[in-house]
Design a protein around this ligand. Structure first.
Ligand code: AMP
Ligand code: ZN
Length: 118
C-alpha cells in the first residue's frame, strides 16, 4: 500500500517528522502521541497517525488498522499518565472545532468530565 506523502505545510506532519518540537509521550510504527500545547484537562494529549489524512474518517477509509493503533496508544499512554477514566475525541470539520486538518485523537482526563460536552 502506498502511504500518503507528508504535507510540508501541515503542523502535525512537521511534529511527526521532528521538524517542530513537541512533548512526545510515545512513538510507534504508525502513531505518535504528544501533549496538547493548550491542555483542556490535567491530562490532555493527542495521538496522531504518521500518515497525513485530513480527518479521522479519511484515515479510517484508507488505514483502518491505524485507527485501532490510535486507540490502543491512547489507552497505553493514559495508563502511563495515571488515568483510568478518559475521553477520546475526534473533532471532525470546522463546525466541530477541528483546527488542524491532520487526523488526531484527543485524550482528556485527570478531572471529572461533563456530558454533553457542548
Ligand atoms: P482540533 O481543534 O481538534 O483540530 O485540535 C487541535 C489541537 O492541537 C488543539 O487542542 C491545539 O491546542 C493543539 N495544538 C496546536 N498546535 C500544537 C502544537 N504545536 N503542539 C501540540 N499541540 C498543538
Ligand atoms: Zn499532516
Amino acid at each position: 500500500m502506498t502511504l500518503p506523502a507528508p504535507d510540508p505545510h501541515c503542523l502535525f506532519c512537521r511534529i511527526v517528522s521532528g521538524e517542530i518540537p513537541a512533548q512526545v509521550l510515545a512513538e510507534g510504527e504508525t502513531t505518535v502521541a504528544f501533549r496538547d500545547i493548550e491542555p483542556q484537562a490535567p491530562v490532555h494529549f493527542l495521538v496522531v497517525p504518521r500518515s497525513h489524512y485530513p480527518d479521522a474518517a479519511s484515515l479510517g477509509e484508507a488505514e483502518p488498522a491505524t485507527v485501532a493503533d490510535l486507540v490502543a496508544t491512547a489507552a497505553q499512554v493514559a495508563s502511563a499518565e495515571g488515568v483510568d477514566s478518559y475521553r477520546l475525541v475526534f473533532n471532525t470539520g470546522a463546525d466541530a472545532n477541528q483546527t488542524v486538518f491532520h487526523a488526531h485523537l484527543h485524550v482528556l482526563g485527570g478531572r471529572s468530565l461533563t456530558w454533553p460536552p457542548g
